[in-house]
Design a protein around this ligand. Sequence first.
Ligand SMILES: *Cc1c(COP(=O)(O)O)cnc(C)c1O
Length: 428
Amino acid sequence: MLYQRSSQLFAEAEKVIPGGVNSPVRAFKAVGGTPIFVKSAKGAYLYDEDGNKLIDYINSWGPMILGHAFQPVVDAVIEKAKLGTSFGMPTEIETKIAELAVAMVPNIDKIRFVNSGTEACMSAIRLARGFTKRDKIIKFAGCYHGHSDSFLIQAGSGAITFGSPNSPGVTAGTAKDTLLAKYNDLDNVATLIEANKNEIAAIIVEPVAGNMGCIPPKKGFLEGLRQLCTENDILLIFDEVMTGFRLARGGVQELLNVDADIVCFGKVIGGGLPVGAFAARAEIMNYLAPLGPVYQAGTLSGNPLAMAAGLAMLQALDSDREIFKRLEEKTAYLAAGIDSVLKANKVEFTINRVGSMISVHFDAAPVFDFQTAAKGDNETFKKFFHGLLQEGIYIAPSAYETWFITDALTYEDLDFTIQAIDKVSKTF
Ligand SMILES: *Cc1c(COP(=O)(O)O)cnc(C)c1O
């Protein structure tokens, strides 16, 4: 495959956009080479600017769970656009999507819409801090909650007591209020809580982690967090930006039957338009302006085009109860196929999967937290990525990313992918 036009477009982009991209992972830094510029997409396929067709396993990092250019979403956006694209005034469709989301997700009474997952998580912790009148939060190493300051934290020298910024521009003052814990390690969390008695407002967690590859919670981990939160008057925030409306109709709360206090959404909930949301029981949500004292706002929040896309997406997921079963079956089929060809080719690997989230790690040992995820062999991953690209298969350009399976994929696509992985892994 040739990528001449993509390369040219990237060179032009680099002159006026930092790194040529509007979000860093798109730049292929982790795998080398230059990014592919996409022209259009339909169903499970991307069509790039050079005329190549690619099977897409990223799907806009999750939102296109029913495939690209999903007709009901496209139609809803077009019809809405004809009526005006933004008003900064209430519209009926905001209530419609809120009602549907509240009906689909367990344990929430009210929901507030924002424009991204970042905004949802940022607002959720402000709400938690305001509600509990405490300042500190606990997050887990390797979990991603968007790019707001409080989350750009790495283990500091005093890792047990406070974190340090992992990006210039994040102040030490902000970092000291974020405590960093190890995913799947309840003892670690209990120790942090003990050392910061009555100071922790919230624990925020990806209930199935997807930003260090896919990492399932160990049995009892989420239940243990729930218990620690309840015992210590800490709010449990499930960041379901990735898992919400993907792993089950009601997200991980439904899938694993654990209740969170606040839930964050993004990705699927916007059907491919910029939407995020956070939700909780009424007592907590009523603490938000204009009812309560915690300020949060947005000129384009609840934008009619975004709400139309999100509503059409949620309606599709709500009306076909077989979708999540089909996604599970397709992804399990893919996982079994990859497993068998990598074994046959004597590759050292671990496959992690929950529902339609799957990741291949090039290390034989179990991957259950950030440290174990970081052990994967990145040189092998690079060969894997570029090899698959040559075969017309697009996976995320980083070993730390999950693949997002779409319902638009056929079993022929999956077989083609497994055969391509067989071919590519013979060259490792
Ligand atoms: C993608 C993601 C975010 C950030 O969402 P954006 O829309 O990119 O701001 C937050 N949390 C999780 C778990 C995510 O996967």
